[in-house]
Design a protein around this ligand. Structure first.
Ligand SMILES: *Cc1c(COP(=O)(O)O)cnc(C)c1O
Length: 496
């Protein structure tokens, strides 16, 4: 069987897995999906008692056109104690009866994007090897805070690849900013862009779709690629931890073989939860996939009504990585809901870009009926953090707490549930602190709050951020959306 990925907007646009990883986004603006998805099945029983890396090799091996040596190399290099604080990579911790937390924040940037971004550069280099591709790759990434640092961290000093990260000016936390500004490596760069995350992301998308500009870059021997969660090299590694968590629940006797499990996923761009859907489609016993949002509750409305409508106020919240009005990866779900009808996907995505809105017909919404949407307001997030800390003795970050609130809202029975924890509480220390503790605090920013929170709770501060304010750092560079192309040329010229 030849493994090919086709575009969601034109199924005749097909690439090999290696080509799709290099390319990121299809020329027609669509996202790549595995044409052979229905032929991929995993037997979770085979994963019981096996290491994270074993599971990762099986899953990635089934989707990619890589040699066994390449898969082994990528997985074992990415998922090691160099990059993650725990030997099992992600811990599964029971916090309440019938509820475990899957801690996806044990990597170097203390958030879940480390999972995919620690392996993507390795996958990309193998993909280039397979395609005999000698071009330099320039990764452009729009970030609401976490992806940026994770991309810089994942790619720094990787041969033949450069990274430019764009984040919304004043739209990331001080810790996120420090994490980016303290990044080492001569091939990585970050810029603040005036505007919100959607402006930043649209700016990057426009550059990818600007064929004239891409031609200009070719003259420099540079080819653009995306490390955003639309890249299949981001998506596929995330399928692994759903199986991993399921296997650990069996090993720990929390569930029996074959029991269906709910997964609650704090969602922004819809990449994480889509990986859960792929786990489900490839054989994992999943009951519900619960999509948790914050006050930017576009997805909640979508799952309720079939209407996706981004025409609403963009709200800055205490769970900033979920502050998103256009969830790019939803396009893949739409494609699967319409059983691969690329014309329909193109039509809806055109409506989205023209009117900011589209509707999925009811009969097709039924194809996604194991998804449930929910959301948490700012106060509900704070209450959840306090409740879980006081009742379960467990410290959650703001994103995870949004998930917890939605878990409570949607809980119907005793079906075992896994809440995906997407960030360490120390990534959002200030809001976590004030959710639990009253009174005056003399702390100016989330970095100082990190130490305050540690004093009060005794929960260990992850090594990669402990003392970060004393690491060497560079100045922040601020640009406008209109200057993004110029910033790329300047960077390339500067490297010559
Ligand atoms: C990126 C991120 C999310 C959203 O994940 P998506 O895959 O974009 O849905 C949620 N929480 C945190 C902490 C994140 O960094």
């Amino acid at each position: 069987m030849e493994k090919l990925f086709n575009s969601t907007r034109n199924i005749d646009n097909k690439l090999t897995p290696s080509q799709a990883i290099i390319k990121g986004l299809s020329d027609d603006g669509g996202l790549f999906v595995p044409e052979f998805l229905k032929d991929v099945k995993f037997d979770y029983k085979e994963f019981i008692g096996k290491s994270y890396n074993y599971i990762a090799k099986k899953i990635l091996g089934a989707f990619l056109d890589f040699s066994e040596e390449q898969i082994d190399y990528c997985v074992d290099t990415a998922y090691s104690l160099n990059n993650f604080e725990t030997k099992d990579i992600f811990n599964v911790v029971e916090v309440e009866k019938n509820l475990s937390v899957l801690e996806l924040f044990t990597g170097n940037t203390i958030a879940f994007k480390d999972c995919a971004l620690s392996i993507l550069p390795l996958l990309l280099n193998c993909a280039k090897e397979n395609e005999k591709d000698k071009d330099n790759v320039l990764i452009l990434t729009a970030t609401s805070g976490d992806t940026g640092k994770a991309a810089l961290e994942g790619f720094h000093d990787v041969e033949g690849i450069d990274v430019i990260v764009y984040y919304p000016y004043k739209g990331v936390s001080r810790l996120q900013l420090l994490q980016m500004l303290t990044q080492k490596g001569n091939n990585v760069k970050s810029y603040a862009v005036k505007g919100n995350f959607d402006d930043t992301q649209n700016g990057v998308k426009e550059i990818f779709n600007d064929t004239e500009f891409c031609e200009e870059l070719k003259k420099y021997g540079v080819k653009l690629s995306s490390a955003n969660s639309i890249n299949i090299g981001r998506l596929l590694p995330q399928v692994v931890y759903y199986y991993h968590a399921y296997a650990r629940l069996i090993e720990n006797k929390k569930i029996k073989e074959g029991d269906k499990v709910n997964f609650i996923v704090p969602t922004g761009n819809f990449g994480n939860i889509l990986a859960g859907y792929y786990a489900y489609l490839t054989g994992l016993p999943v009951n519900k996939l619960i999509c948790a949002s914050n006050d930017n509750n576009v997805l909640f409305d979508f799952f309720k009504s079939g209407i996706y409508d981004k025409n609403r106020e963009f709200k800055k919240t205490i769970s900033p990585s979920m502050d998103i009005l256009i969830s790019s990866n939803l396009e893949r779900l739409i494609y699967h809901m319409y059983n691969g009808n690329d014309k329909k996907v193109s039509e809806l995505m055109e409506k989205l870009s023209k009117d900011g809105k589209y509707t999925v017909d009811k009969e097709y919404m039924e194809n996604a009926d194991n998804f449930i949407g929910g959301y948490a307001t700012e106060d509900e997030i704070r209450e959840a953090i306090k409740y879980v800390y006081e009742n379960d003795g467990y410290l959650m970050d703001t994103h995870t707490a949004a998930g917890y609130k939605v878990y409570k809202d949607t809980k119907e029975d005793d079906t075992y549930s896994v809440l995906l924890s997407t960030a360490s509480p120390y990534k959002f220390s200030k809001d976590v602190y004030h959710s639990i503790f009253d009174g005056e605090v003399k702390a100016n920013d989330d970095v100082e709050y990190m130490y305050k929170l540690n004093e009060k709770t005794g929960v260990k501060i992850p090594n990669p951020v402990n003392d970060i304010e004393h690491f060497d750092r560079r100045e922040e560079e601020v640009i406008t959306k209109e200057d993004m192309r110029k910033s790329i040329i300047k960077y390339i010229e500067g490297k010559k």
